[in-house]
Design a protein around this ligand. Structure first.
Ligand code: UDP
Length: 285
């Protein structure tokens, strides 16, 4: 197995447990450049991209390049090796959705030139390119649309709501709720996502599949749960200015396709997943 990352948002600490494993090789590489891998490959899984809003605002051009050029190069690698290809896409494909919950057939409501456009359009291009390789070259492709995911090994300062809130709670600070906190998300635990991706890779289906929980919660209620689980008495504070333009007001996947096709449903509840994540952040703080 070969892992590649240019480490602009990642860290080799996350793969420290694989050091010395003879079946794993890490190559520091930016996949927007030509990719060379020795020997045969069964599958290419393209997950490279900043994924947190503050990261893709910090690296807008890299985000566009990895979604566009990075997807082209990883598809080219899969084609050369006659390997299966899986693209990590995103619920951001749907933008600030006008359909709720979001089915894979919904075409989305995205502002190409808004702050989130760099990520959303890169991933939309990546999906288009993946389908073009499938239709033109017969490449054996998969597309997973990943909804909000959290768990151990997230970066404490990656800016997303889960690490922000847990970091604040463990330091005994008020949790920073952006806007009025009425916007909703569904938070899935990372092991459920991995199971969904694994099942998708091993089934024969080429159109996008949503993977996420349908347990929808607004950010106020989510902050309360984090404060309860960490026993943080500091409460919350509203930061109206921090909410970036185009921040979706609602988000919830329709997961009928994943259920019927992959027999997949999430297994880890929010409190249980948060406890494991909090235990991890306690160690790194
Ligand atoms: N958010 C918040 N406080 C924070 C960080 C994020 O209230 O400290 C909100 C953010 O405005 C968004 C939601 O939490 O509505 C989820 O944000 P995140 O960055 O985790 O990912 P998104 O789902 O927006 O891509």
């Amino acid at each position: 197995m070969v892992g590649m990352d240019n480490l602009i948002t990642g860290n080799t600490r996350n793969i420290a447990h694989l050091a010395g494993n003879p079946n794993f090789l890490f190559i520091k590489q930016d996949v927007t450049n030509y990719i060379y891998v020795d020997g045969p490959l069964d599958a290419v899984l393209h997950f490279a991209s900043p994924a947190s809003p503050i990261d893709y605002l910090k690296f807008p051009i890299q985000t566009l390049k990895v979604g566009a050029l990075g997807t082209h190069n990883t598809l080219g690698l899969a084609k050369a090796k006659q390997a299966r290809f899986l693209l990590a896409s995103t619920s951001e494909i749907y933008g600030d959705p006008l359909e709720h919950p979001q089915k894979e057939t919904y075409v989305g409501n995205v502002d190409a030139i808004g702050p989130r456009g760099v990520y959303d359009e890169a991933k939309r291009f990546a999906e288009a390119m993946t389908m073009a390789y499938h239709r033109t070259h017969g490449l054996d492709t998969r597309i997973v649309r990943i909804f909000n995911t959290y768990g151990p090994r997230m970066r404490l300062d990656d800016g997303r709501v889960v690490p922000n809130f847990i970091g604040q709670a463990l330091r005994g600070e008020k949790l920073t709720v952006y806007g009025d906190g009425m916007q909703t998300r569904c938070f899935q635990f990372v092991t459920d996502l991995i199971e969904g991706v694994y099942r998708l890779l091993h089934c024969d289906f080429h159109e996008p599949v949503n993977i996420g929980t349908t347990e929808e919660i607004n950010i106020n209620a989510f902050a309360q749960i984090v404060n309860e689980v960490t026993d943080n008495k500091a409460g919350i504070m509203y930061k109206t200015q921090e909410r970036i333009k185009g921040d979706p007001q609602t988000r919830r996947p329709d997961t009928t396709r994943a259920r019927e096709l992959l027999n997949w449903t999430p297994q880890v509840g929010l409190r249980e997943g948060l406890e494991q994540t909090i235990a991890y952040f306690r160690e790194v703080l």
